[in-house]
Design a protein around this ligand. Structure first.
Ligand code: COA
Length: 200
């Protein structure tokens, strides 16, 4: 599950300089995909504000990039208990979005494998995802992981129950993120060069 090319793109972790790519990806989702992703209808303004809040210390996002554009994302974040945030221990929330032309290519499964591993490494034993009963794609995707996790789905949510970390799951995440960080820096450099005025 290392950082490798798939369908002309790569999957890596997102860092704060990727915030605008994440926002633009969410804005490209059509109304039905937005509804499936957020379990409600959401406006462009909502998505802009949402994307701006998504790079906190405890947020973790993996993205699928094609030619520098983010085309899919898997998100993991802690769920605040009644006494406020508790870290990832216990309950975490996961969410996925893949733009239509890149669906049914295995991108969602690759993102989910990383999110499940990250949840496991943070000892989040229960992974909640909003998954409407009509959302057959998300249900089928979650069931792909039923060997590792138990999946229960209801009207608006699915829950996966997770195992704890292993030496390998910790090591693979660290290696994946180190590779991804190097690529993110190269992407940033490329973006900065492309913004510079041409010299005559
Ligand atoms: C759910 C979603 C992320 C799946 O992404 P994806 O990249 O198409 O998923 P994959 O290609 O990895 O598919 C993995 C498996 O899920 C199942 N699946 C995916 N799309 C499906 C569909 N439309 N109908 C039935 N099963 C589907 C299949 O079992 C598939 O495996 P297979 O192609 O080997 O049969 C994508 O459809 C999406 O972004 N939907 C809108 C947002 C959303 O619903 N998010 C989930 C709630 S947070």
């Amino acid at each position: 599950m290392g950082q490798r090319a798939m369908h002309g793109g790569t999957i890596r972790r997102l860092w704060p300089p990727d915030a605008s790519a994440f926002r633009d990806h969410l804005l490209r989702l059509d109304a039905e995909s937005r509804y499936d992703r957020f379990a409600m209808a959401v406006s462009d303004d909502f998505l802009r504000q949402y994307a701006a809040r998504c790079f906190g210390l405890d947020d973790l996002i993996y993205g699928f990039f094609v030619d520098g554009e983010l085309r899919g994302a898997g998100e993991l974040r802690q769920v605040a208990g009644p006494d406020g945030p508790t870290g990832f221990d216990g309950l975490a929330e996961a969410a996925f979005s893949v733009e239509r032309p890149w669906r049914r290519l295995g991108v969602g499964a690759e993102l989910m494998a990383r999110i499940v591993r990250a949840a496991r490494n943070r000892r989040a034993d229960t992974l909640y995802m909003s998954c409407l009963s009509r959302n057959k794609a998300m249900q089928a995707l979650a069931r792909k992981f039923s060997a590792e996790m138990r999946f229960e789905s209801g009207d608006v949510g699915g829950v996966l129950t997770n195992a704890g970390p292993s030496a390998f799951s910790l090591l693979y995440e660290a290696m994946d993120d180190a590779n991804g960080f190097a690529t993110a820096m190269l992407d940033l450099q490329r973006r900065m060069f492309s913004m510079q005025p041409e010299r005559r």
